[in-house]
Design a binder for this molecule. Structure first.
Ligand code: G5P
Ligand code: MG
Length: 226
């Protein structure tokens, strides 16, 4: 059986994790799991974890580690025979250690995007709540203004993209990400990319993934596109 790839994309709010993960998932057939999307799903469904998570997200704070590991790790358990890609998890050293105790990561991508760029992007971001599809009025606008391309349903702005919550999210990110980045650096799986445009970073990530997928010991992953 082909060796499975365990990958994650780390980066501050608005750094393009979701955009890059969707491209990787489409090009290389990895299962893509976004912590933010699962949280919003829980909030929309009014689950116990969702109601709790909302109180943190609305204040621009991270959801407690225990809630996150309980949300994410069972989902990975269901994907034992798949290559997967995590977006937004792990976010803290505690989460990274919990993940590490179950899986050896093969590839961790860290996105370094200047703060001004992040601010501009997030203030212009709209999402389709039930699917998590993300639009940006300049970078990838919807075909019809204010409507989701697939369903035609209305787009909304997240509460946590509003300025006060955004500042808090960026501050928290930096201090909590450092030990996570150091952990993956020490394991020799970290690859960092810097820039202001996803389209310019993407070819490098695409080529890294191509190399990784082709150098997996037993050949290509079955879902990989040529
Ligand atoms: P999320 O949902 O994981 P964040 O805060 O990590 O949210 P976010 O906002 O989802 O990050 P992203 O995925 O890194 O950003 O970026 P994106 O959505 O792809 O791109 C951002 C915008 O820029 C989009 O509009 C996109 O179209 C546009 N864009 C991309 N590239 C370019 C470009 O080159 N140029 C231009 N002009 N635009 C571009 O988490 C939400 C909350 O949930 C909690 C936290 O409270 C978090 O704040 N949470 C957790 N808490 C604890 N632990 C965890 N593991 C948690 N995970 C989530
Ligand atoms: Mg995202």
């Amino acid at each position: 059986m082909a060796k499975l790839l365990r990958a994650a994309v780390l980066g501050p709010p608005g750094s393009g994790k979701g955009t890059i993960c969707k491209r990787i998932a489409q090009s290389f057939g990895l299962q893509y799991l976004s912590s933010g999307h699962f949280l919003r799903e829980g909030i929309a469904a009014n689950t116990e974890a969702g109601v709790l998570a909302k109180t943190y997200i609305d204040r621009g704070m991270l959801v407690p580690d225990q809630v996150m590991t309980r949300l994410m790790l069972p989902k990975l358990e269901q994907l034992q025979n798949h290559s997967w890609l995590l977006d937004g998890f792990p976010r803290t050293l505690t989460q990274a250690q919990a993940l590490n105790s179950l899986y050896q990561m093969d590839l961790v991508i860290s996105l370094n995007i200047p703060y001004e760029t992040l601010k501009e992007r997030l203030s212009d971001r709209w999402v389709h709540p039930s699917s998590g599809r993300v639009y940006n009025m300049g970078f990838n606008p919807p075909r019809v203004q204010g409507k989701d391309d697939i369903t035609g349903e209305p787009l909304i702005q997240h509460d946590d993209d509003k300025p006060e919550a955004l500042m808090a999210r960026l501050r928290h990110y930096k201090e909590l990400a450092k030990p996570v980045i150091d952990l993956y650096k020490s394991q020799g799986v970290l690859h960092s990319f810097s820039g202001t445009e996803t389209d310019k970073i993407w070819p490098y990530i695409n080529s890294l993934l191509s190399t990784k997928m082709h150098t997996q010991p037993s050949g290509a992953h079955p879902n990989q596109t040529p």
